[in-house]
Design a protein around this ligand. Sequence first.
Ligand code: DGL
Length: 253
Amino acid sequence: MNNNGKIGVFDSGIGGVTVLKEIVKILPNEDYIYYSDSKNNPYGDKTDTEIIKICDFIVKDLLDKECKIIVIACNTASARAVDYLRKKYKNINFIAIEPAYKMVHDYSFENPTLIMATKGTIESEKFNLLFHKYDNHKTYLLPCVGLADIIEKEDEKALEKYLEEYLEPYKGKVKDVVLGCTHYPLIKEQIQNVLGKVEFFEGSNRLAVHLKEVLEKENLLNKQKEKGSIKFIDSSNSELKEERFFKILNNYL
Ligand code: DGL
């Protein structure tokens, strides 16, 4: 591994852009490869074996493309596959996103909270350990089956219907919402349209700070003075995805 290597970032689609934008703000001089696995989206309802196989394939590809570190910008993949990946690729650091429930514990413990995530994340052992450690006993868990898929497909009508049906019961009941899937920060406005004003919690900024610390510690920071590059790969070769990805990223930056 050397300093000139790239930072590999992957998700089951374009949702991980909500993580990448925080990283780029903190580490602008790095070169990035973003892998959007839209061919296999959604991950949320897949088995461990399926997710591990998919992630293993992506990691191999990113390492072949000279990535020095891998960011798993998908809560479901982190929850289900990171232990396997860390055991298999011992020389590589994996930085994995997880639902920002510790943040609720640290900054907003008294508030009734809703955790939105995929079924795969909510049913995982990793998430359950986190949840029971920081449980404020005022938290609802909402497995949002199919939501990442709707966001990925940009289906505004289906989105509105989905949120009305699944979020309406929590209206007035919760003050905090943990966005436990990296696609969900893209629909904050639509969530507030149903729930009213709520405080959002997401882990991407914390992850970016941690990534920088790890690169510093491992002496892997890119020393180049100019701004780095961002290469986008989509597993179903969708040019539309690439366009949407950069549009969202540039809006954030
Ligand atoms: N962005 C992924 C996550 O954070 C979406 C999972 C899916 O594809 O269902 O969990």
